[in-house]
Design a protein around this ligand. Structure first.
Ligand code: CAO
Length: 551
């Protein structure tokens, strides 16, 4: 297969823009038009798209490198037999310069500031507004940031003066020529517009702004593409504003993350996708509060109000309007477990596999064991056997006994099993330590002691921590299947419901078998569906013939 050089397309007449983010790595399969790197000038950051689809063989740029049109970004082994030409000429994808009228007259009356030439992009969204009425605006000071699919750019003021009226807000879409603001006491600077040099401060009046990288696979150098960019005004209002690429801004918006509160770990404090993720984790774990949360803290219950996730407000209903009501504060345990469940439900991409295990023989064994042990006072329930069977399955599939730590998996060489206990105060999860070293009778005994302590509200913190896997059994109550929520930082949980006699086809006839419904919820970041199906199948084999636990 042919190796294809992917080069920086025409990004206007910018010389040397810095690479501030690498969005792919060697071995990645990239699609045509997929963003490869982010580059940044004074006023614009833009993502450079791939001109071809294929597998990344070599990266030719590193963070901090300066690139310009024609610089080789990476080598791609092109998909398909014939490698596509690297930069098939495309129609003018970068804004050709349009000679703008010259603002020849200085004025002290109201002056309108319009969106300058932003290339042939239409309807770009306003994502940030930096100024407010009453602010004294300098010439070239950034007023707003707009964002297209692949680029974000700051729109500078063509005049200095006092901001009387702002005509746009976050979320609006704008086009070239749209009215942005009205300034008073403004002094415009007469200047030739168009292809003025980057450093010419006088060129800002109606001059085109920073170039926009095309979303097309390749952009042309053939068209009239000299694009002037205003110099970054010293002391302009970008100071202290979050720096992030368009994709990171979009990601943050989707999660409702206030970028201004995120600390950037990238080049020159730039906010990366990881920073946004870490911020979200920190907020969800309660380690960090957003300003919005802090403001609302007294009112937020265990369930939160979704503000941190950018969700619409929780419905406020006056129930008393519809009938008599009674309001009771939730207990401490319910509040704590509620907050944990909410975090786990939101943060874990969880999937549940349902299966049935034939426990006919095991149930017969359990009943006879209980008869034999009647005098000992230890009653063995199916849950104790399940704990032993799960330990065997966890040993065979160790990722189910792991935890995520950043980008690493921590495999635990101990098998502490938590079990959900229904108590008058709410759900508690006592933990039976070292289940691999204990027999079913000992596990049964510890389980009943821990369950009693849980119901009496006497569990110590040590008895509720350290689990590597949890079982939630509703078998004593009923039901068929359910989707338990993973108890973070564990990566899987087994839900068990009531066993029932069912007709099972043995190859010749239907025979009555006692079937136990299993529901295994797993974290898709760590485990995939095939592994989960294997785990359940293996667990089912052990439960149907418990001798396998010895193998
Ligand atoms: N199928 C059929 N019967 C079952 C069964 C199953 N899967 N599991 C238990 N049983 C039977 C037991 O054998 C017992 O029968 P007998 O009364 O005839 O002896 C009866 O149901 C009651 O069992 P149990 O609930 O007392 O004992 P357990 O070991 O199965 O469970 C405990 C212990 C503490 C886990 C359980 O009492 C409990 O609290 N379960 C609720 C867990 C829960 O709330 N999970 C949901 C979490 S998500 O909100």
């Amino acid at each position: 297969m042919a190796l294809v050089e992917v080069k920086v397309p025409d990004i206007g007449d910018f010389d040397e823009v810095a690479v501030i983010e690498l969005l792919v790595k060697v071995g990645d399969t990239v699609k045509a038009e997929q963003s490869l790197i982010t580059v940044e000038s004074d006023k614009a950051s833009m993502e450079i798209p791939s001109s071809t689809a294929g597998v990344v063989k070599e990266l030719k740029v590193a963070l901090g490198d300066k690139v310009k049109e024609g610089s080789v970004v990476l080598l791609v082994e092109a998909a398909g037999a014939a490698a596509a030409p690297v930069a098939a000429p495309a129609p003018a994808a970068v804004a050709p310069v349009v000679s703008a009228p010259v603002a020849a007259v200085a004025s002290s009356g109201p002056v309108e500031v319009h969106v300058p030439d932003i290339g042939d992009f239409k309807d770009v969204a306003v994502i940030e507004v930096f100024v407010k009425p009453g602010d004294t605006i300098k010439l070239e000071q950034s007023l707003i940031t707009v964002e297209s699919d692949k680029a974000s750019m700051e729109i500078p003021s063509s005049h200095a003066g006092v901001l009387k009226e702002l005509k746009v807000k976050v979320g609006d879409t704008v086009n070239i020529g749209d009215l942005l603001a009205i300034l008073e006491g403004a002094a415009s600077v007469a200047a030739p517009a168009a292809a003025a040099s980057v450093s010419a401060p006088a060129s800002v009046a109606s001059a085109p702004i920073a170039p926009i990288a095309s979303t097309a696979a390749s952009v042309t150098a053939a068209a009239t593409t000299a694009v002037a960019a205003p110099a970054h005004a010293p002391g302009a209002s970008t100071v202290g504003l979050p720096h992030a690429s368009p994709s990171v801004r979009k990601f943050a918006r989707e999660l409702g993350v206030p970028l201004a509160e995120v600390k950037g770990s990238g080049h020159k404090g730039r906010i990366t996708q990881n920073d946004v993720q870490d911020f979200t984790k920190s907020v969800m774990s309660g380690a960090t509060q957003t300003k919005a949360q802090a403001a609302k803290a007294p009112a937020a219950g265990a369930g939160g109000d979704g503000a941190a996730l950018g969700l619409i407000p929780w419905p406020k209903v006056d129930f008393a309007k519809f009938g008599p009501i009674e309001r009771k504060e939730m207990g401490r345990i319910k509040k704590i477990s509620g907050a944990n469940l909410l975090r786990n439900a939101i943060m874990i991409p969880a999937v549940t596999n349902h299966d049935d295990a034939d426990i006919t023989d095991l149930e017969a064994f359990r009943v006879s064991t209980n008869k034999e042990n009647e005098k000992s006072g230890i009653k063995v329930t199916m849950l104790a056997f399940l704990i032993k069977a799960c330990v065997a399955s966890l040993k065979k599939y160790p990722e189910f006994n792991s935890s995520l730590d950043g980008d690493a998996l921590v495999y635990k060489n101990y098998w502490h099993i938590g079990f959900a206990a229904d108590t008058p105060n709410g759900l508690m999860v006592p933990v039976i330590k070292d289940c691999d070293k204990k027999g079913v009778l000992q596990i049964s005994q510890e389980m009943s002691e821990l369950a009693k302590k849980a119901r009496d509200g006497k569990l110590s913190p040590a008895e509720m921590t350290g689990a590597t896997f949890t079982i939630s059994s509703l078998g004593g109550i009923g039901g068929k299947y359910f989707t338990p929520i993973i108890n973070a930082p564990e990566v899987a949980i087994l839900g068990v419901c009531k066993s029932t006699m069912e007709p099972v086809w043995d190859g010749k006839q239907f025979v009555p078998r006692l079937m136990l419904p299993l529901s295994l919820t797993w974290d898709h970041r760590v485990i995939d569906g095939a592994a989960a199906a294997r785990f359940n199948a293996f667990l089912g084999q052990i439960l149907s013939d418990f001798r396998r636990v010895l193998l």
